[in-house]
Design a protein around this ligand. Structure first.
Ligand code: 8YV
Length: 343
């Protein structure tokens, strides 16, 4: 039995291969698709169960629900309160990924179930993606590439001129780890950076805006780097997008849920916004088809952390959390520490 205060732990270093393997009576359950090598390790080394997605799920949970002490999942799937109720001995929900908005953390906290994620190891890649997307969107590189490939250059001449990135005014919604890494990179481009968080960060070198609308109205580019979930649901609504205006660009590398996607699509089509670079969508992998023929929009299939090195580091940190939980009842990079080890 391990007691631990609910806390947001600072991540420890990653790198060492997990040395502990589960030997207790409880079972590990994989919920939702995971990186194939991680799923393979869970099955081979941890004898993990896989939650069915078809009609056999209720019978599976009736047969195995009691035995599950740890779940491994990702932000894509997560664990809701109903699934938690079917896993009465659950002690920890271990996420592959920094985002855990699909898991009901409130319900987990009430039940003493720990929750972990994989912060820090993906910060650089997601920030790099934000920069690449921002430059591509303003300079129209993807559209220009399509133009060349379609053989239009010799026939139609030069592509239209685009917007300058260096020295532009950028507003960041969510100046956390990733938002700060984006701001630091943009500083190298001579950009003027402002941000909006729920609270001002004491001592921050960047200008604070008390609301998303205030931020949007004072910048050329709005970058979303905030976590998803109830607290940020459609934080960037129609009025924020209208404040960004016909000369403004939106970049989103966080979660589609943070933006009113219907308003975004309408404004992009009508000229109410200059353009958007989107790595995330409200209903992935479905992307509003109305965006497909717009050259002022760059669409990526949620690739922010998608490099070999970063995904390997995320996998190692996921297993480090699982190993630590199974060995000691605590989590390495906890969003919430487990209250007690269930067995
Ligand atoms: C991953 C992400 O694509 O970490 C996150 O929250 O959104 C991405 O890094 C995702 O976790 C993989 O499922």
């Amino acid at each position: 039995m391990v007691n631990a205060q609910a806390t947001t732990a600072e991540p420890k270093s990653v790198g060492a291969q997990p040395t502990t393997r589960f030997t207790g009576n409880g079972k590990v359950l994989q919920v939702g698709p995971l990186k194939p090598s991680l799923a393979q390790t869970l099955s081979a080394d941890y004898d993990a169960l896989l939650l069915p997605v078809d009609e056999s799920r209720p019978a599976f949970l009736a047969a195995h629900g009691d035995s599950v002490t740890a779940v491994v999942t990702s932000g894509r799937t997560g664990v809701d309160a109903a699934l938690m109720a079917d896993l009465p001995n659950l002690g920890a929900i271990v996420h592959f990924g920094v985002g855990y908005d699909t898991t009901d953390v409130e319900a987990a906290t009430e039940k003493g179930v720990g929750v972990s994620n994989t912060p820090d190891v993906l910060t650089d890649c997601v920030a790099d993606t934000a920069l690449g997307l921002l430059i591509d969107t303003l300079r129209g590189f993807s559209a220009a590439d399509r133009y060349v490939r379609a053989g239009r250059w010799p026939r139609e001449g030069n592509v239209p001129l685009t917007r300058k990135v260096s020295g532009s005014r950028v507003g960041i919604i969510g100046l956390g780890r990733i938002g700060t890494a984006i701001a630091d990179r943009l500083t190298g481009f001579g950009c003027d950076i402002a941000y909006h968080n729920r609270r001002e960060i004491p001592g921050s070198q960047y200008r604070y805006a008390a609301s998303a609308t205030e931020l949007a109205s004072s910048v050329d580019i709005l970058v979303i780097a905030a976590s998803g979930g109830k607290g940020t649901q459609q934080l960037v609504d129609r009025s924020v997008l209208e404040a960004l205006g016909p000369q403004g660009f939106l970049i989103n590398v966080a979660r589609g849920s943070v933006v009113d996607e219907v308003a975004l699509t309408e404004l992009l089509r009508s000229g109410g916004l200059a353009g958007a670079g989107l790595d995330v969508f409200a209903d992935e992998p479905n992307v509003p088809t109305e965006l497909f023929d717009l050259d002022n929009v760059v669409l990526l299939p949620h690739v922010g952390s998608g490099t070999t090195a970063t995904r390997a580091a995320m996998e190692a940190l996921t297993l480090q959390n699982l190993d630590e939980f199974l060995a000691t009842g605590t989590l390495t990079t906890a969003v919430v520490q487990p209250k007690a080890v269930k067995s």
